[in-house]
Design a protein around this ligand. Structure first.
Ligand code: ADP
Ligand code: MG
Length: 291
């Protein structure tokens, strides 16, 4: 296996895309669980105030998450450590920093911490906060809201690798291009003002919710291949009833048995995510070896 070399720190992978409904949270959960099944200690960080990832872990963001159990204290600059926000999850090997609706407040508190015009420390709050636990995990999986919010920027800045789920349809393709442009503009601004750039160790696009019977899929798949040349994962996640019903029941594709009625489609999504997990593990290992 690809175990973390001594002295190496956790590699952080962020799931991000401008849009909702593209499979960010489903992929975050599947990869977090998959990596733990391959022997890694995983910290999952939910940065979406809607708390979808938290919900998939069986925790209700509205009633079962205190503000202190989220990244909110970090965002408002409270004298707390991220460690105190971490909780174990039902899935052994995966710990969680949950999200709650009040995390929306971070969109106001983060920019208000900017002291001067060229002070961009508030972009780095999560990055710095995670430093405390990077030697305690092998992988940190960060789920983000469907927008280029301040919290999303923090998640991107904190990550070594970016995984962008993208269904092969025209509108999602167009909004993904906007996401890239906006983020590179922001990163460019940072380079200009601070002389530091954001370079990911790896960037991959993952085709999700792929409906091969849809004739436009082939066309848009080609566009994506050209636009993100060399960055598209060689595995696609099929659109399956099991992936959808798993979420509807607050379960995941790895909750074997629960979806026996759907065994065939369950298997297709699960096998695809197993391959994705293997590829992510390879990228993580390459990152460890480069450091
Ligand atoms: P995001 O986090 O980008 O908003 P989600 O992972 O929450 O996206 O997925 C959005 C919806 O699509 C959810 O209801 C989810 O269950 C469903 N879904 C995700 N992946 C698939 C898939 N491969 N096949 C069918 N439905 C899917
Ligand atoms: Mg989501």
């Amino acid at each position: 296996g690809a175990m973390r070399p001594e002295g190496a720190e956790a590699v952080a992978v962020v799931l991000a895309n401008f849009k909702g409904g593209v499979g960010k949270t489903t992929t975050a959960m599947s990869v977090a669980q998959g990596l733990s099944l391959r022997g890694h200690r995983v910290l999952a960080v939910d940065c979406d105030p809607q708390g979808s990832l938290t919900t998939l872990f069986g925790i209700l963001p509205d009633t079962e998450v205190e503000d202190e159990q989220t990244i909110l204290p970090l965002c408002v600059g409270a004298e707390t450590s991220l460690r105190s926000a971490i909780r174990p999850s039902y899935w052994s090997g995966v710990d969680l920093v949950a999200a709650a609706p009040l995390l929306f407040g971070a969109e106001f508190s983060l920019p208000s911490r900017q002291q001067t015009e060229d002070d961009f420390e508030f972009w780095n709050v999560l990055n710095v906060g995670l430093d405390e636990v990077r030697d305690e995990y092998d992988v940190i999986v960060i789920d983000t809201p469907p927008s280029l919010s301040y919290v999303t920027i923090n998640a991107l800045m904190a990550a070594n690798g970016l995984l962008m789920p993208l269904p092969p349809n025209a509108l999602d393709f167009a909004s993904a291009s906007q996401f890239w442009r906006l983020f590179s503009d922001l990163a460019g601004q940072l380079v200009e003002q601070r002389g530091v750039g954001k370079e990911f160790d790896f960037i991959r696009v993952l085709l999700t919710r792929v409906d091969s019977s849809d004739s436009t899929t082939t066309v848009v798949r080609d566009w994506i291949g050209q636009a993100y040349e060399g960055k598209v994962m060689p595995v696609e996640i099929p659109k399956t009833a099991a992936a959808a019903s798993a979420a509807a029941e607050f379960g995941t594709i790895y909750d074997v048995g629960k979806y026996d009625g759907n065994a065939r489609t369950y298997k297709r999504a699960a096998e695809a995510y197993e391959k994705v997990t293997e590829l992510v593990e390879q990228l993580i290992q390459a990152t460890w070896l480069r450091k």
